[in-house]
Design a protein around this ligand. Structure first.
Ligand code: BGC
Length: 757
């Protein structure tokens, strides 16, 4: 030990000046050496302190534990806190950082975390909506901008991307992820990590990202948030973990574990997940923060007796930092002193935390993110332009009978109707960071901005959503029966050439804790839709939603339907771009839309079952009162033009595990407008040592085509794309026949096959 300190003393004279007043410089290049040098100077209390994260406000998330401000300030001064969340503004973060840097013995800068989920001030589409663009460059760009704005406000760490595979529309947090598919979510994860973190974490415009929630959170039973998750190893490895592996490989700085019990073990206390898989097999060197109080909540799970026991379980399982749970702070020092926890586990956790702090450049300059001029330098107008661009790309056209869209220039009288028609708050979505309430461009505003003076636009709200008080933590009650606005809406519809009907969900209907057993149009919206449609058949339904909605009646009756999610700051303008044909819609669903809520969880990449089809008999896997297929499947979305896919050409019908083959498909724009198609590659492993999905996305490419133009799209099929977690618990491919499918959604596909030898 002595030897090591001596060695460090030679390397870092500054560190050895006086330990009391250690000014930790990072002039030496090797991060690992720096980490060790700092660690060697720390007391056990200081090490445990690094593993503690406090919230700066108590009204943002999670239950409060009383006002402990004074005590917490003292802890900061003693250097017994590693990070804070929800401390916002350059002034506030500087203030907190100063408490540490000017008072503590060891002077280790704080990290400041925050939920920057789909924008900081400029709001972009909610993640589920943005994923519908399938545009990875756009997704990277919005993360880059979010990082820039957050960093300018003192934040250096976002708790995003959320990459929980979500297949259940009842689960409110489905809005926060990239949908139901592991391949697509993996690509989004990489794009988001690149966007937030850039090439170099120490660039003050980059912030650390978080892959969350590790793992299984999206599989909450019955779609009820925080509920138990029952998934087996096969599902865990093949469906849930791939996006996390992709994020780890992309160099994500941190992971967050999850609230849920995973097959009998709370994820926060899950040693196999955290130590064996993430830190072991994947060799990932960042740190894991718990979810809000999830260490303490292991008591509620009936998994820990008290806070100290919870701390013991969590640290042994590999949770490095305790977010607002008080468990590490309460129990860890004692656990080490009593010999129940090996100090090496603490050292390992602290090493990981310090590593990220070094990479962020915080040791070099703890006030790196405290530039009071940074926000003023930001070009918000440019960010708004990006917000509009990505918003229009995220809109999905579900139906367009008789080419009602784009709106013809002969339309002279438009009625904009519905509870969300002039709603400037809903498009901001949930998890809105510092996005201002009521600051989005509404649909009505967007339409008015788009039309000339000779087009008459009338507005009628028709009905309220009936959600009561809207806020992040308050439950919404959707119980309105008020139809008093119907008459004005019907009158407006009668007088108009065409109706734009804006229905859907309030911003706070989806998000954390927002599970619903009904996923139709809440309140009296469906009745309003029926009455308006009876008055005028030319209805374009624009849905704003954070989850797939049950819209069977609309799908049967309304001629044109757009899914506009919650699109952020520029929502109304982006919707108008699509309505008036300034942008030809190219979005595709990242999640299946059901025919009925009883189908949930619903997803395209299902297993076959032993009784897939036999419609002459009742004893096969189906429903007796509804089709089992999606109303609108994964990958689905129309355009104002049409695309035709030619036959698939394979470079060979055989491949080896070391080799690869190419699949080529000609795609032709057969309509009369330029447009963009998302060409999707799917594979199926016909027989394997475990059952395999009937179809799995394995590639996609966005192709722009002029009318009449044909382009050949080529995908390379490598062994990596064929691998899965097999019966021997190995990630490998197995020889045999594979089907290759390519198309513009997960149902209408051209097929071919090859043999893996
Ligand atoms: C959520 C996390 C979030 C954390 C901090 C929790 O309730 O589950 O996703 O990052 O709060 O706000």
């Amino acid at each position: 030990m002595k030897k090591r300190i001596l060695f460090l003393a030679c390397l870092f004279p500054a560190l050895t000046a006086t330990a009391q007043d250690a000014e930790i410089k990072s002039s030496v290049k090797n991060v690992e050496a720096k980490v060790d040098s700092v660690l060697s100077l720390m007391t056990l209390e200081e090490k445990v302190g690094q593993m503690v994260q406090y919230s700066g406000t108590w009204d943002l998330t999670g239950p409060a534990t009383g006002d402990q401000n004074q005590y917490r300030k003292e802890q900061l001064k003693k250097g017994l806190v590693g990070s804070m969340l929800n401390v916002l503004s350059v002034d506030a973060t500087r203030e907190a950082q100063k408490l540490v840097m000017e008072n503590s013995r060891i002077k280790i800068p704080l990290m400041f975390g925050y939920d920057v989920i789909h924008g900081y001030k400029t709001m972009f589409p909610v993640p589920l909506g943005e994923t519908a663009s399938w545009d990875l460059e756009a997704m990277e760009e919005t993360a880059r901008i979010s990082a820039l704005e957050a960093a300018a406000d003192g934040v250096n760490w976002t708790f995003a991307p959320m990459i929980d595979i979500s297949r259940d529309a009842r689960w409110g947090r489905i809005m926060e992820g990239a949908g139901e598919d592991p391949f697509l979510t993996s690509r989004v994860a990489e794009a988001k990590v690149r966007g937030y973190q850039g090439d170099d974490l120490s660039n003050p415009a980059s912030i650390a990202a978080t892959a969350k929630h590790f793992a299984g959170y999206g599989f909450a039973e019955a779609g009820r948030d925080y509920n138990t998750v029952h998934v087996g190893e096969n599902e865990l490895h093949n469906t849930i973990l791939p996006p996390f592996k992709a994020a780890a490989n992309a160099g994500v700085a941190t992971f967050m574990n999850s609230f849920n019990d995973l097959d009998g073990t709370p994820a926060t206390g899950h040693r196999i997940l955290q130590r064996e898989i993430l830190k072991g097999n994947w060799d990932w060197d960042g740190f894991i923060v718990s979810d809000w109080a999830s260490i303490a909540e292991m008591r509620d799970h009936g998994f820990a007796e008290d806070l100290t026991h919870a701390a013991e379980i969590a640290v042994k399982a590999g949770s490095d930092m305790d977010m607002e749970g008080g468990a590490y702070e309460t129990g860890l020092v004692e656990l080490v002193e009593e010999g129940k926890v090996d100090e090496e586990l603490i050292n390992e956790a602290v090493r990981r935390i310090l590593r990220v702090k070094f990479k962020l450049g915080l040791f070099e300059n703890p006030y790196r993110y405290s530039d009071p001029q940074a926000m003023a330098r930001i070009d918000r107008a440019a960010h708004r332009a990006v917000a509009r661009d990505v918003a229009k790309k995220s809109i999905v056209l579900l139906k367009n009978e008789k080419n009602l869209l784009p709106l013809s220039s002969s339309v002279r009288n438009i009625a904009v109707i519905g509870p969300l028609a002039d709603d400037k708050n809903t498009p901001i979505g949930n998890w809105r960071a510092q996005g201002e309430a009521n600051s989005a461009v509404s649909i009505l505003e967007g339409v008015k901005n788009a039309v000339g003076k000779d087009v008459k636009v009338t507005y009628a709200k028709g009905a309220d959503l009936g959600v009561g008080e809207r806020s992040f933590l308050k439950p919404l009650k959707i119980n309105t029966t008020d139809r008093s606005g119907f008459k004005a809406a019907v009158d407006a519809a009668k007088k108009a050439d065409l109706v734009i009907l804006a229905l859907g969900e309030d911003a706070f209907q989806s998000g954390e804790g927002r599970s619903q057993v009904n996923i139709g149009l809440a309140g009296v919206q469906k009745d309003l839709m029926k009455e308006v449609f009876a008055a005028n058949k030319n209805v374009v339904l624009v849905l704003q939603n954070g989850r797939p909605l049950e819209i069977s009646w609309a799908s049967e009756n309304i001629p044109a339907i757009l899914v506009a999610w919650q699109l952020g700051t520029e929502s109304g303008n982006a919707i108008a771009d699509v309505l008036f044909g300034k942008y030809n819609p190219s979005g595709k669903l990242p999640v299946s839309f059901p025919r009925a809520v009883g189908q949930e969880p619903l997803y395209y990449n299902q297993k076959m079952t032993g009784r897939p089809t036999n419609p002459t008999d009742v004893t096969y896997s189906a429903y007796t009162d509804e089709e089992k297929t999606a109303l609108y499947p994964f990958g689905y979305g129309l355009s104002y033009t049409t695309f035709k896919f030619g036959d698939l050409k394979l470079s060979s019908n055989e491949m080896t595990q070391q080799g690869s083959i190419e699949v080529t498909v000609p795609v032709t724009n057969t309509g009369n407008k330029a447009g963009k198609e998302v060409v999707q590659l799917y594979l199926r492993d016909l027989v394997a040592s475990t059952t395999r999905p009937v179809i799995e996305l394995k590639g996609f490419e966005l192709v722009e085509l002029q009318p009449g133009e044909t382009k050949e799209v080529t995908f390379e099929i490598t062994n990596e794309l064929l691998e899965f977690y097999n019966a021997d618990k190995k990630w490998t491919s197995e020889p045999g026949e594979f089907q290759v499918m390519v198309g513009g959604n997960s149902v209408d596909l051209k097929k071919n096959s090859f043999e893996l030898n």
